[in-house]
Ligand binder design. Structure first.
Ligand SMILES: Nc1ncnc2c1ncn2[C@@H]1O[C@H](COP(=O)(O)OP(=O)(O)OP(=O)(O)O)[C@@H](O)[C@H]1O
Ligand SMILES: [Mg+2]
Length: 360
């Protein structure tokens, strides 16, 4: 097992900077998720850790050993890809044992390791099949099995679930979580699915334009986002981000919304009167009350989505929209006038220009 550490890692393809000065520490046994929009550099960063891509500058250590100049096979890592990358002409058994065979492990030992891993993944009845005779979920389990038999210091996953349908994705996601619990192997997992990130990650790294926008536990990123990008990227439905102007007087600190409504802010926030800010309110921190509520914002319901367990209500206010989400069932109708009441202790404030969070 091993920790992974990146120091000032940069990567350019020609004149294009794809990874910019990334430093990151992943502890031994930790499950770390890299998340970000398409093109943000997730796969490149993972391939750099694997040794499939050279860095332009910076240093990579695995298990406290600098591996920057080492070949992939010297790094004690195993990678699981989105496309499974199984050898089509080999059976499940041969696919799983192939790396061990290359490493010249004795046949009996390979057989034992493959059997044991197949049992763990419930693949024992499929060992003599070819990949083409497996379902997508089974193929991905074989691809994980192939990584597990090697007992590497680090597992690297690049969107391993994205070719599976929604139900299977949830199932295999659970299996990956269970495997990590039982094996305890350091894992780095790339996804652009925030549910995967929030449920699997002990540490989540949010990447954009090859830079780390924030790194922390799922709850930290959700409750204490450092910037509007992280606030908007995590959470479903998305956080409401509203351009506001700060008003400061002897009675306290307020944000003036585009509708003319004002909401109270934490008076200890380090901002001046007249500052342009973005106020962030998560949908689950806005309750829907009868119109005219004294602490509420007057709004009209545009759309109602009811999944049975959750209600999501999209509302329009003069010149902007807001979404509220809640668990209880309420009798509401489109066109109805209501009050949206923010839970003031959860209101986030960001600098309009930089997008950075303003704190007390
Ligand atoms: N070999 C290459 N040559 C030139 N540019 C590349 C190369 N590989 C990747 N890139 C560029 O680097 C950027 C990051 O790509 P990368 O594949 O790491 O993104 P990603 O975050 O994994 O995206 P996705 O979510 O779509 O998989 C992209 O703009 C991509 O076009
Ligand atoms: Mg990718």
């Amino acid at each position: 097992m091993g920790s992974v550490s990146l120091r000032n890692v940069s990567k350019s393809f020609g004149s294009v900077d794809v990874i910019r000065n990334v430093s990151l520490d992943i502890e031994e046994g930790e499950f770390c998720v890299l998340i970000g929009p398409s093109g943000s550099g997730k796969s490149t960063l993972l391939r750099i850790i694997a040794g499939l891509e050279e860095v332009s500058s910076g240093e990579i250590s695995i298990a406290n050993r600098v591996v920057t100049e080492e070949q992939p096979k010297e790094r004690d890592i195993a990678m699981v890809f989105q496309t499974y990358a199984l050898y089509p002409q080999m059976t499940v058994r041969e696919n799983m044992g192939f790396a061990l065979k290359l490493a010249k492990m004795p046949k009996s030992e390979i057989a034992e390791k493959v059997e044991k891993t197949a049992n763990m993944l419930e693949l024992e009845h499929l060992l003599d099949r070819l990949p083409k005779d497996l379902s997508g979920g089974q193929r991905q389990r074989v691809s994980m099995g192939r990584a597990i038999v090697r007992n590497p210091a680090v597992f690297l996953f690049d969107e391993p679930l994205s070719n599976l349908d929604a139900k299977l994705r949830t199932q295999v996601r659970g299996e990956i979580a269970d495997l990590h619990k039982s094996l305890g192997t350091t894992s780095i997992y790339v996804t652009h699915d925030q549910i995967e990130a929030m449920t699997l990650g002990q540490k989540i790294v949010v990447l954009k334009d090859g830079m780390i926008y924030q790194c922390g536990s799922p709850l930290q990123l959700y409750q204490e986002p450092d910037n509007t990008f992280v606030a908007g990227f995590l959470g479903s439905p998305s956080i409401n981000l509203i351009d506001c102007v700060v008003m400061k007087d002897s009675s306290g600190l307020f944000a003036k919304l585009p509708s003319g409504d004002v909401i109270k802010l934490d008076q200890n926030l380090a901002i001046d009167d007249g500052a342009k800010v973005v106020v962030g309110i998560r949908p689950e921190h806005l309750t829907v009350e009868d119109s005219g509520h004294k602490d509420g914002l007057n709004a009209v319901i545009n759309t109602i989505e009811n999944t049975g367990s959750d209600m999501v209500v999209m509302c329009s206010l003069p010149s902007f929209n807001m979404t509220s989400a809640f668990k209880e069932q309420k009798s509401l109708s489109v066109g109805q006038e209501i009050s949206l009441v923010p839970e003031l202790s959860t209101v986030l404030v960001f600098d309009e220009k930089t997008g950075n969070r303003i704190r007390a």
